[in-house]
Design a protein around this ligand. Structure first.
Ligand SMILES: Nc1ccn([C@@H]2O[C@H](COP(=O)(O)OP(=O)(O)OP(=O)(O)O)[C@@H](O)[C@H]2O)c(=O)n1
Ligand SMILES: C[C@](O)(CO)[C@H](O)COP(=O)(O)O
Length: 238
C-alpha cells in the first residue's frame, strides 16, 4: 500500500452568532487580516507537508475571495459545500476531498477556521503523535479551572473532579474513510470529529495543545486573539 498522504480541511461556513457583529466572524479583521487568513497561514507554513489544503465555505459565501485574495493557490481547494451544522460541513468537505482524489486511507486534519492562533509547531506535534496510531487523535488542553455543574436556576449543584477532563481543540486527525463513516452514522448532533469516532467505540488520542489555541467564539475573544498575534510579531512582547 502507498504511504498515506495528509490533507487539511477547514470548516469555514459558520455564522458566528455568539460573536455578534456584522457578518461571519471568520472574515472579520484581526491584527490586520481576516481571521481565516491567520488560520490558513499556520498550515501554509508547513509547505509540502499537505497534499491538499481545503476550505469549506457556505454555497452563497460572498466574502471569501476578499478575505483570502491569493486562495486557492496550487494544492489548495475551495469547496462551496458548507452545511447547516459543523458536522454537515465537514461531511460535505470530506466527500469533496474524496472526489478531488484523496484516498480513503489518507489522513485528514480538520481544523476550525475560528481557531486562528494554532501554530505550525502544534500541528506538527499532532501529526507526530498520531501518524502511527491506529485511531488518530486531537489537540486538547487539560482543564485549568475547577469544574462546576449548574442547576437550571444557575446555582452550583456539584463540583466535578478535573484530573481526567480536557478541552477538545482542533486540528483533529483521522483517516478519511473512518471519519466519513463515523460522521455519516453520528448525524448532526456531534460538535467535533472525535465524538463521532468515539461513538464507534474507538478512543482518540489526546495530544496536549495550548491555551492559546482557543476558538474565537465570543465578542471579547477578538481582542485576546489580536493581542496574542501582535505579541508573536514582536518578540519583546511575547
Ligand atoms: N454550519 C457550520 C457551523 C460552523 N462551521 C465552522 O466550524 C468552526 C467552529 O464553529 P463555531 O465557530 O463554534 O461556530 P459558528 O457557527 O461560526 O459560531 P456560532 O456557533 O457562535 O454561531 C468555525 O470555523 C465555523 O466556521 C461550519 O463550517 N459550518
Ligand atoms: C470542534 C470544536 O472546536 C472542539 O472544541 C468545537 O466542538 C466546535 O463546536 P461548536 O459547537 O461549533 O462551538
Amino acid at each position: 500500500m502507498t504511504a498515506p498522504r495528509f490533507h487539511v480541511l477547514i470548516p469555514c461556513a459558520g455564522s458566528g452568532s455568539r460573536a455578534g457583529g456584522e457578518g461571519p466572524k471568520q472574515y472579520r479583521p484581526i491584527a490586520g487580516r481576516s481571521m481565516v487568513a491567520h488560520t490558513l497561514e499556520a498550515f501554509r507554513a508547513l509547505g509540502a507537508r499537505f497534499a491538499t489544503l481545503a476550505l469549506v465555505v457556505a454555497p452563497e459565501d460572498g466574502e471569501v475571495s476578499a478575505a483570502l485574495p491569493h486562495f486557492p493557490a496550487a494544492g489548495e481547494q475551495l469547496f462551496r459545500a458548507g452545511g447547516p451544522s459543523r458536522a454537515a460541513t465537514v461531511r460535505n468537505g470530506l466527500r469533496a476531498l474524496r472526489a478531488a482524489g484523496a484516498s480513503p486511507h489518507d489522513w485528514v486534519l480538520v481544523h476550525d477556521a475560528a481557531r486562528c492562533l494554532v501554530t505550525p509547531t502544534q500541528i506538527e506535534a499532532l501529526i507526530g503523535a498520531c501518524e502511527h496510531d491506529p485511531v488518530g487523535g486531537l489537540l486538547a488542553h487539560r482543564l485549568p479551572d475547577t469544574l462546576k455543574v449548574a442547576t437550571p436556576e444557575g446555582r452550583v449543584s456539584t463540583t466535578l473532579g478535573r484530573a481526567d477532563k480536557w478541552l477538545a481543540q482542533t486540528p483533529q486527525m483521522f483517516r478519511i474513510a473512518l471519519l466519513l463513516d463515523a460522521l455519516d452514522k453520528a448525524g448532526d448532533a456531534v460538535t467535533d470529529e472525535a465524538s463521532a469516532i468515539e461513538a464507534q467505540g474507538l478512543a482518540p488520542l489526546l495530544v496536549p495543545g495550548s491555551a492559546q489555541n482557543f476558538k474565537v467564539t465570543y465578542a471579547d475573544d477578538f481582542a485576546l486573539a489580536e493581542a496574542v498575534l501582535l505579541a508573536r510579531r514582536n518578540p519583546d512582547l511575547s
